[in-house]
Design a binder for this molecule. Structure first.
Ligand code: ISL
Length: 528
């Protein structure tokens, strides 16, 4: 991890839902350019842009048909270059989303492969007989192709055929994609499901770790070389020891793992099998990754993304929107790692509301709805699961201001506006502003070394409280969060308060924590 990035915050934009500039109800690149001041004001130093390449859009851009051109709904290459330039001018890098595991079935590589082209014939995974592997979106992972008269493998939808990473030309093509985009001046890459590039589909092995390391190393070496590019691998399949290995020298800056995202699921079942939020489980996972990557590797810290419904709605009581949103921010920002903010988090945005099929857009949710009764869900249970875990939740348009389309567009958006109005943000000048909270936290991480380097110690507290200390030299910072809507007895004294969501005095003490109360305090000298 390059030092420059230790204290930075990466802001994730889902372009379809960020800002429409041309009145078609779909967010676009020009819209993002128009909002760069917002990102700058927030203090983020990099924007992770979900895929903006040409795509038939079965999976909202994660089915790419051309890695070298821009989705016409979003703009064109010239606008993309302007975005890179305008962001750069504000000290903001652009991180591109690289989907290396699969393409769209409309990519010309796949078209050619279906025709058994001499060169592209072996670019995908073709077999005469499928096995019983199921895809991550449900249903078989193999689809028969009438033209080629064989089955092809797809980890996700049938419109997303997996590339054959055994083929050296596939590996070369992907390195070329990286070279092209670094040439365009991007500052980072997020690698979609990168841990799937070393699977053995015949033996049903998703990850052959040594082979994965080898392929990843080669990809980064060929595609990026010595350039200073921040890299994050989406790699939910890696355990702690494996994460350490792939975040070492010459490898990734960090990875995303999804353990916290599963704490409201029944273990061993699907994401649709809901379980109540368990604070103890959240604390266990935080501790595992903070202690585990203390000396080696680097954490990426996030609660939400475009696949994950908002933690604010999933885990907390919506009566306390402001307290909940700011508590989650403090819990995350006090930890060691690179912090991510998913668009709208800085406004305390909540999940969408979905009442019938016509409200849904996500391929995964629609598939689930079709299969739900077979999976043993009643209709009511299925809708409850969609409402809680469906990916459309985080994809509803940004609410920038009051009004019918909330400043996102001046026409009906591609996905209905819904969700609770983040009323606190409608006037950013008011005292309780989630935005200013994020701004402060982002600034503190840059200015205070203890955020970046301090060691982590979790306090032994009752389960609804998560409190930890970060120490560096003789500096100590303490983060205390009430994860519940209860008032809980808790005694603590502080010298200087850095951040608080309940207007505590700068120097003082407490004997109880209010609902979702959180504070970050600074004490020079270690605690006795
Ligand atoms: O969203 C999930 C479950 O609901 C995840 O399992 C998700 O499918 C997984 O993290 C991979 O996600 C990435 O690749 C997918 C794409 O649909 C996601 O949007 C992307 O983040 C396929 O490209």
């Amino acid at each position: 991890m390059k030092d420059k990035w230790l204290g930075s915050t990466i802001y994730q934009i889902y372009p379809r839902s960020y800002q429409d500039s041309d009145g078609d109800g779909i967010g676009d690149l020009r819209g993002i350019i128009n909002r760069l001041d917002h990102v700058e004001e927030l203090g983020a130093e990099m924007i992770w842009l979900c895929p903006v390449y040409t795509s038939p859009n079965h999976d909202n851009g994660y089915d790419i048909s051309d890695y070298y051109s821009i989705q016409p709904e979003f703009g064109d290459m010239e606008t993309m270059r302007l975005l890179i330039k305008e962001a750069h001018r504000r000290g903001i890098g652009i991180m591109m989303d690289i989907v290396a595991n699969h393409t769209s079935d409309e990519h010309y590589w796949f078209e050619s492969s279906r025709n058994r082209d001499v060169f592209y014939g072996d670019f995908y995974i073709w077999r005469d007989q499928p096995n019983d592997t199921t895809s991550f979106f449900g249903g078989p992972a193999w689809t028969f192709d009438e033209r080629r008269k064989q089955y092809y493998f797809h980890s996700f939808s049938k419109h997303q055929p997996d590339l054959n990473w055994e083929n050296p030309y596939v590996r070369e093509e992907m390195a070329n994609v990286l070279k092209f985009w670094t040439g365009e001046g991007v500052a980072g890459f997020r690698f979609d499901v990168i841990d799937l590039i070393a699977k053995d589909v015949d033996r049903k092995i998703w990850l052959q770790f040594e082979l994965f390391e080898e392929r990843l190393r080669a990809l980064l070496h060929e595609g990026i070389g010595e350039q200073h590019i921040v890299t994050v691998g989406e790699a939910g399949g890696l355990d702690l020891e494996q994460v350490k290995r792939v975040t070492g020298d010459g490898m990734l800056s960090m990875v995303f793992n999804f353990e916290t995202c599963a704490i409201d699921e029944v273990a061993g079942k699907t994401k649709w099998h809901l379980a109540p939020f368990r604070p103890t489980e959240l604390k266990r996972i935080i501790r595992k990754w903070q202690e585990g990557l203390e000396d080696e590797g680097w954490n990426s810290l996030f609660w939400n993304n475009h696949d994950q419904p908002r933690a604010l709605s999933r885990w907390l009581d919506s009566v306390y929107l402001y307290e909940g949103a700011t508590m989650l921010a403090m819990l995350q920002f006090g930890l060691k790692g690179t912090t991510y903010v998913y668009q709208g988090e800085e406004f305390g945005m909540t999940n969408g509301t979905f009442e019938d099929r016509s409200h849904l857009r996500d391929i995964e949710s629609l598939r689930f709805l079709d299969a739900a009764s077979e999976m043993g869900f009643s209709e009511e249970e299925a809708w409850k699961a969609i409402q809680s875990k469906g990916r459309d939740n985080a994809r509803i348009p940004m609410r920038w201001q009051a009004g019918e389309y909330a400043g996102f567009s001046d026409t009906e958006p591609w996905i209905p506006m819904s969700g609770q109005v983040p009323y606190l943000e409608l006037d950013q000048e008011q005292e309780r502003s989630v935005f200013r909270f994020y701004q402060n936290l982002i600034a503190l991480r840059k200015s205070e070394a203890v955020f970046r380097r301090g060691d982590f110690t979790l306090f032994d507290t009752e389960e609804r409280i998560c409190a930890y200390e970060r120490t560096s030299g003789n500096e100590t910072m303490t983060v205390i969060c009430n994860l519940s809507n209860d008032t809980i007895p808790f005694s603590f004294e502080w010298e200087t308060i850095w951040v608080t969501n309940y207007a505590r005095p700068s120097h003082g003490k407490m004997d109880k924590l209010a609902p979702y109360e959180a504070l970050i305090c600074y004490n020079s000298g270690r605690r006795k």
